[in-house]
Design a protein around this ligand. Structure first.
Ligand SMILES: Nc1ncnc2c1ncn2[C@@H]1O[C@H](COP(=O)(O)OP(=O)(O)O)[C@@H](O)[C@H]1O
Ligand SMILES: [Mg+2]
Length: 435
């Protein structure tokens, strides 16, 4: 090629005439050709120099001659058209050149001859960069998929854990209640055994008396008194009334505990509706106080009998967990308060205890699933996480304030939900009411 400028270009140029003969080559093109072909390539048919590629090249060149439009071949479809080598800039390592090829039509202004000008661009570096990127993207995609699987697994595990904690705290409460039920049952059983004996004595006394009265023998009066003494009739007269009363009280306590537990626990799951918060709080305190006897309990509700739209099962669960923590925090004597208050935007429920409080370093961690300071087997560390997710379900907030050695205040704020307003509307709409 007689233009020195073209020899300086970082692009291979090869000019081919209409007979598919090589007319001209620039330095870049020549230098990348295999050594044995370099010497006599000029003037030779393209087919002789590059026999393996000729079919494809001829097709492309022909289209350029006919259509007089450039033709482009991108490395991704056909990376190695010419058997050229490419050397890496730093390592000098030789690899097969990855090429972009463009063929442009060229007409000699003087002779009017048509040529096809083949331009070869070395894109080996870019191509290896693209390949590496594609591999990276593929690896990322695989990892992303693996992460998504893991998240799904974690989600499942979390809901299983939440379920487990629900069962555990209800179970813990139920165990405490079973223990409580044993107390009245113990004395009722003992009383009944005594009463059974008393009844036996009375029966025998009555039968003997019957016989004596039948015989009308006054000398037997003394014998009758002896009989009464032997059967402890005096003691029976004194003791039987209180024993029966105590047993009846015991049975009443058992039935109260059982019915509170039932009305507290037998709520259908996932049901939204209005819940009487004061009643719930009282039932809850009744249940918890049977198990944790040390604290004094106080419930306040303003306004009284406040009803709130919520998913009752999960809200009760949250309050149970918070109240149990409060009760457990009291090692000796102390107070647990449950205060419910209507606010301008919703309700605020405060659970206050004068118990051991939470160490400052622990405060940030108490909502972490499995965080517990209780002895092995006594706490799962899921109570607060379960309470938190239940309150989140109600679009509410849970704020915890605690001082070690002083006590803890947990405030639950629940907003008035849109659905509640709609329920109110339907309830007060006379047309629906009459339905
Ligand atoms: N009212 C509270 N007073 C003192 N510590 C509390 C209170 N509530 C929670 N904690 C602390 O937070 C931890 C986590 O509570 P929780 O999630 O209910 O799990 P668990 O009760 O099973 O330990 C408890 O172990 C306790 O250290
Ligand atoms: Mg707990």
């Amino acid at each position: 090629m007689n233009n020195p400028l073209l020899d300086k270009l970082p692009v291979g140029i090869c000019l081919v005439n209409e007979a598919y003969e090589i007319v001209s080559l620039n330095a870049f093109f020549l230098d990348r050709m295999p050594v044995e072909l370099r010497g006599d390539a000029l003037g030779k048919p393209l087919a002789d120099v590059f026999p393996e590629q000729i079919k494809f090249l001829k097709r492309r060149i022909k289209s350029v001659f006919i259509l007089k439009h450039p033709s482009f071949s991108y490395w991704e479809q056909r990376p190695h058209i010419f058997p050229f080598k490419s050397s890496r800039p730093i390592t000098g390592e030789e690899t097969q050149m990855v090429q972009n090829m463009e063929i442009v039509p060229h007409k000699d202004a003087e002779t009017g001859q048509q040529y096809a000008c083949i331009l070869i661009q070395d894109v080996t570096a870019q191509a290896s960069y693209f390949k590496a990127q594609a591999q990276l993207a593929e690896a990322l995609k695989t990892e992303h998929e693996a992460q998504r699987k893991l998240i799904r697994k974690l989600d499942r595990a979390q809901s299983q854990l939440i379920q487990a904690e629900k069962m555990a705290s209800t179970g813990q409460l139920a165990a405490g209640i079973a223990h409580e039920i044993n107390n009245p049952m113990g004395f009722v059983t003992a009383n009944l055994n005594t009463l059974e004996q008393y009844a036996q004595n009375l029966l025998e006394t009555c039968q003997a008396t019957k016989k004596l009265v039948a015989s009308h023998a006054p000398e037997h009066i003394e014998a009758l008194e002896d009989l009464f003494d032997a059967s402890h009739v005096e003691l029976i007269e004194e003791d039987m009334g209180p024993l029966i009363k105590e047993s009846k009280d015991g049975l009443k306590r058992v039935s109260e505990i059982v019915s509170t537990l039932r009305s507290f626990a037998e709520e259908p799951q996932h049901s939204w509706g209005y819940l009487n918060l004061q009643e719930t709080a009282n039932q809850l305190v009744q249940l918890i106080s049977t198990q944790f006897k040390r604290p004094k309990y106080k419930v306040t509700c303003e306004p009284e009998q406040l009803k709130w739209y919520c998913e009752s099962a999960s809200l009760k669960q949250a309050l149970t967990n918070l109240m149990m923590n409060a009760a457990q925090s009291i090692n000796d004597t102390g107070l647990v308060m449950l205060d419910i208050r209507q606010t301008t935007s919703g309700i605020a429920i405060k659970i206050v205890d004068t118990g051991c409080g939470i160490k400052e370093g622990h405060l940030k961690r108490v909502f972490e699933p499995f965080f517990t300071t209780r002895p092995e087997g006594k706490g799962q560390g899921l109570g607060l996480s379960v309470a938190y997710s239940a309150i989140e379900k109600h679009k509410g907030k849970l704020v915890i304030n605690s001082r070690e050695g002083k006590g803890t205040v947990i405030e639950v704020r629940l907003p008035l939900l849109k659905e509640a307003k709609e329920e109110d509307k339907t309830a007060s709409d006379p047309s629906t009411e009459s339905l």
